[in-house]
Design a protein around this ligand. Structure first.
Ligand SMILES: [Fe+2]
Length: 174
């Protein structure tokens, strides 16, 4: 997986037809070879025209774009984001029959969402509500237990008392 300019479209970690019948081979070709390739080409073009950005890794580009001149912010954020999200997505799938096991994650899903099935329903709802391509992410939340259990509103109210706004501003201005 190359993470520096010039970016190349690394091969899928499985065959194009490996996800059949759930995702068809034709879609995988189009999505990987055309759509992801377009993000990669556009990102390379921006970096080619702005050599000072070539020293940043893909992940770094996703954090430094805010510091860039206005005209570069959207092209860098959108294209680096497109490359990162697609790679994350493609690398997060496997052949349907390939064994996999995630007991810790599924236990956590049960704790947080009632059951893995319920998590899937909520994830689907979130993905459907997103404008555009509809990427939804499961992100590990910072725990607000033990004191607040699952009372998030109470936790948030309490948390405002301990926010380091100076630090928040420093990060904001990076
Ligand atoms: Fe896509």
């Amino acid at each position: 997986m190359n993470s520096y300019y010039p970016f190349v479209n690394t091969p899928l970690p499985y065959a194009y037809n490996a996800l059949e019948p759930f995702i068809d081979e034709k879609t995988m070709h189009l999505h990987h070879d055309r759509h992801l390739q377009t993000y990669i080409d556009n990102l390379n073009k921006v970096l080619e025209e702005n050599p000072a950005l070539q020293r940043f890794s893909l992940e770094e580009l996703l954090t430094v774009w805010r510091r860039l001149p206005c005209r570069l912010q959207n092209p860098v954020r959108n294209n680096a984001g497109g490359v990162f999200s697609h790679r994350f997505y493609f690398n997060g799938m496997k052949e349907p029959a390939a064994p996999c096991s995630a007991p810790v994650l599924f236990r956590e899903m049960t704790c947080r969402f009632g059951s893995p099935e319920n998590f899937k329903a909520l994830f689907k709802e979130a993905a459907l509500s997103v404008f555009g391509s509809g990427y939804a992410w499961l992100v590990r939340e910072h725990a607000y237990y033990l004191k607040h259990y699952n009372m998030r509103a109470a936790y948030i109210d309490a948390w405002f008392h301990v926010v380091n706004w100076s630090q928040a501003e420093r990060r904001f201005c990076v």
